[in-house]
Design a protein around this ligand. Structure first.
Ligand SMILES: C[S@@+](CC[C@H](N)C(=O)[O-])C[C@H]1O[C@@H](n2cnc3c(N)ncnc32)[C@H](O)[C@@H]1O
Length: 395
């Protein structure tokens, strides 16, 4: 049974090894595949605070190493001709399957581009206490051909990372309740992960294929971002769940809300880093006010992605004497636009503009064990917003 309810959301039911053959060669811009990891083998894990046996379903029960190899080799082989020449494939996994996938990719003629580490910000504890806590999944990114350049939206990724090169470690939370309003899939991927993958490797109107579609997370993210989706899934129940999720985003308000949530990385705490001369910094700390020019010119605040998650102000003078402060939570709000005269009333001498962005902070610096550093970078004089983890080094 096939579901083609929406022109941009095509679902095929059955074994992907077979159904993939029906897809036109050279027609797919990117593939995301979340194949069975083969980890449902009687181990234990934690769900909602309770110990549970790892059992995702029969489809995830481990075969022999030979079976795992043959399975991955086959679907990867069938997928490759479906990709356009500059197309790429993303495959998620853990140590249970990912090294086999890497071998198969190379044998099939793909070229590996990156291994993304998805670091979960909310991993369940390891109950046995005999291992490190498992907090990552790996995603191999590979292109169809060793010789033909691949599609990569480098600038989009840089912007998403606050103006710096996006790294291969992505800190993102696991799937949230807001993504399960239509029902649950036992191994559902978070929309935020797919958001990044789709933006990195496709353009609007491109087609994305997922041969192990599950609850169609890839399709939902693809459609919300204006891309087309083809999904293959063997289970009718999971496909029905995918259809319900697709129906849900037919409501423009729901779609807008989901798109907003999907584009956030709420786990990253952001910090405003601002340069101030020695005297000005002293006065700023006394008054608990940090100000910057509003606008586009040099010395003005660059409002980057994540501004709404700003929790701290880091003040420094020429890259030294950095001190970190909490932004005030107050009725009047911590972020305001003031004019020159309001600042003058506070004893400042604003020089270059009529309007300034003012941020109020608690004027007791945060105590850290060890030395607080700011990394030297070009233009540290321009106030910018960075993830906390990125700008402080505790020695
Ligand atoms: C890890 S889950 C994918 C979850 C999905 N990423 C999501 O966010 O919902 C793998 C899915 O592949 C399906 N599956 C396993 N073997 C398959 C095959 N040979 N052909 C098609 N689907 C298969 C399973 O039923 C399962 O739903």
């Amino acid at each position: 049974m096939d579901f083609t309810t929406y022109p941009d959301f095509m679902l095929l039911q059955g074994d992907c090894m077979e159904r993939l053959k029906e897809i036109e060669n050279n027609s797919i811009n990117a593939i995301f595949a979340d194949p069975p990891y083969f980890l449902s083998n009687g181990g234990i894990s934690v769900q909602n605070g309770k110990q549970v046996c790892v059992d995702k379903g029969d489809w995830d029960k481990g075969g022999t190493p030979e079976h795992i190899y043959k399975f991955n080799r086959r679907w990867l082989e069938v997928c490759r001709p479906k990709l356009k020449d500059n197309g790429t494939i993303w495959i998620s996994g853990t140590y249970h399957n990912i090294f086999v996938v890497q071998r198969c990719l190379q044998e099939c003629g793909y070229k590996i581009l990156n291994i993304i580490t998805w670091q979960k910000t909310d991993p369940p504890p390891n109950l046995s206490c005999r291992y490190f806590n498992f907090s990552t999944e790996l995603i191999i990114w590979a292109r169809k051909s060793p010789k033909i350049p691949h599609k990569f939206n480098y600038d989009v990724m840089k912007e998403l990372n606050g103006g710096k090169q996006m790294t291969d470690v992505w800190r993102l939370s696991s799937v949230g309740k807001w993504e399960k309003t239509c029902g649950k899939h036992p191994t559902q991927k978070p929309l935020r992960l797919l958001y990044r993958i789709i933006l990195a490797s496709t353009d609007k109107c491109d087609t994305i294929l997922d041969p192990f579609a599950g609850s169609c997370t890839t399709g939902i993210a693809a459609n919300l971002l204006g891309r087309k989706f083809i999904g293959i899934e063997q289970s009718n129940d999971f496909l029905q769940l995918g259809v319900r999720r697709r129906q849900e985003i037919n409501n423009p308000l729901t779609a807008q809300e989901m798109l907003k949530k999907m584009s956030e990385s709420p786990d990253e705490v952001m910090v405003l880093v601002n340069h101030a001369s020695q005297d000005k910094r002293k006065l700023m700390i006394e008054k608990g006010i940090c100000y910057m020019r509003a606008g586009e010119s040099k010395g003005s605040l660059q409002v980057t992605h994540g501004f709404e998650r700003m929790r701290f102000v880091l003040l420094h003078t020429n890259g030294v004497n950095a001190q970190l402060f909490h932004i005030k939570k107050g009725k009047e709000g911590s972020f305001q636009i003031w004019n020159k005269f309001s600042l003058e009333k506070q004893g400042f001498q604003p020089e270059h503009a009529d309007y300034y962005i003012v941020i109020h902070f608690e004027n007791t610096p945060i105590e850290f064990v060890g030395q607080l550093n700011i990394k030297q970078r070009i233009n540290t004089y321009i106030p910018k917003i960075y993830p906390l983890s990125d700008i402080i080094g505790i020695e």
